[in-house]
Design a protein around this ligand. Structure first.
Ligand SMILES: Nc1nc2c(ncn2[C@@H]2O[C@H](COP(=O)(O)OP(=O)(O)OP(=O)(O)O)[C@@H](O)[C@H]2O)c(=O)[nH]1
Ligand SMILES: [Zn+2]
Length: 356
């Protein structure tokens, strides 16, 4: 009886297994989902690929977005399973997954996509690769999972959404206002950390001036002129100081949720002539992979229910409201437009519906 209890308590939950599986993919290890053993195309080694091949014919699974660019039929809708020709080497798989050389070497095919059968584990594999901020492409085979391989239950969420817990907070004086406080939150799965920055005096009895800012290493830290993130960050902090108080949520959703490595891949595609939305699609991502439920969760933890939201992004407004946050006003935030980001901002207005 006691032993059963101990075993249960010390074994990973399905959610914890999903976190472990993400880490496995990042180091190039295969994971098992249902009856399929699969690995990330970006990180798997040739030796491991050869080992997988001994179990049967390999299948490559990419997102529907990537399939569109490859002109491969996505019978499974949001993902496409591609039959891997025998003796195919890793670099072929990588060329199918990675659009970097699409223009230089456009012909990958003809690609034979599979239909029928259960695509569930494959779809879950692609979602897991995305959650691990890798290229959304996995390669694998139907087989009995070898011992030691992380086994993920079918249908387990690849991106766990457990509530964030506050880890620490401290007073920090800012250039814009002497009174400041930084709170650090950690996702329930031990994953990303996100920050809530209180500026001035935050009066929770009145609507709180709020900004949901997604991390942009290039804009926020390096002062890149390719986007408007840096100026938006500083203008929002200044507006909060001028207002007497406000809260800035700094969410670690670099590159609209695809991570810095993939954002740099997207930038490289932009230098090949694709816009910010097309670049994400060619990589196999949606144009915006962020989950703004996180922001609503953090606000609830800070005891803030009613806000004036500084944004031009209509999705942020609807997502906050859908999560029960009362947004009484949208405060536009147009700053930092220049020669290098004008086209980017125009695309956000024309394609992503950003408000004037
Ligand atoms: N994938 C990708 N991400 C980008 C690109 N340019 C900027 N980003 C990211 O986009 C995010 C910018 O988010 P926000 O500042 O919240 O901007 P927004 O969604 O336009 O909404 P508002 O600024 O509130 O109007 C950051 O995570 C940046 O790293 C790009 O070309 N591609
Ligand atoms: Zn930016």
């Amino acid at each position: 009886m006691l032993q059963e209890f101990t075993t249960k308590m010390l074994s990973p939950t399905p959610n914890e297994l999903a976190v472990r599986a993400r880490a496995d993919l990042r180091v190039g290890l295969p994971v098992a989902i249902g009856g399929v053993v699969l690995a990330s195309v970006e990180t798997v080694s040739q030796a491991r690929l050869d080992a997988l091949r001994t179990a049967g014919p390999l299948v490559l699974c990419v997102s529907g977005r990537r399939a569109e660019t490859l002109k491969a039929r996505a019978y499974d809708g949001d993902v496409a399973r591609i039959a891997v020709p025998q003796d195919t080497r890793l670099d072929w798989l990588q060329a199918v997954a990675d659009p970097a050389d699409d223009l230089r070497m456009p012909m990958k095919g003809p690609l034979t996509t599979l239909r029928g059968g259960d695509c569930g584990p494959w779809r879950q594999g692609v979602a897991l690769a995305k959650a691990a901020q890798l290229l959304p492409a996995v390669v694998g085979v139907a087989m009995t999972p070898p011992a030691g391989v992380t086994r993920l239950p079918v249908d387990e969420m690849a991106r766990p959404t457990l509530p964030s817990t506050e880890v620490a907070s401290a007073r920090v004086p800012f250039a814009v206002h002497a009174a400041g406080r930084v709170h650090v939150f950690r996702e329930g799965d031990g994953g990303e950390e996100h920050y809530a920055i209180e500026i001035g005096m935050v009066d929770r009895a009145a609507p709180v001036l709020t900004r949901l800012h997604s991390a942009c290493f290039t804009g926020d830290v390096l002062g890149s002129l390719k986007c408007d993130c840096g100026p938006q960050l500083h203008a929002a902090m200044q507006a909060m100081a001028d207002n007497g108080g406000g809260v800035l949520l700094y969410l670690n959703q670099e590159g609209r949720g695809i991570g810095l490595a993939n954002k740099m891949r997207a930038y490289d595609l932009q230098d090949q002539g694709f816009d910010t939305v097309e670049a994400n699609h060619r990589l196999g991502f949606e144009d915006d992979e962020r989950d703004f439920r996180l922001g609503a969760d953090l606000l609830a933890r800070l005891g803030i229910a009613t806000i004036r939201l500084m944004t031009n992004n209509p999705r942020k407004l609807t997502m906050m409201q859908a999560q029960g946050v009362s947004v009484v006003e949208r405060v536009p935030l147009h700053v930092g437009r220049g020669r290098d980001n004008a086209a980017y901002l125009d695309v956000k207005r024309d394609k992503s519906g950003h408000l004037e």
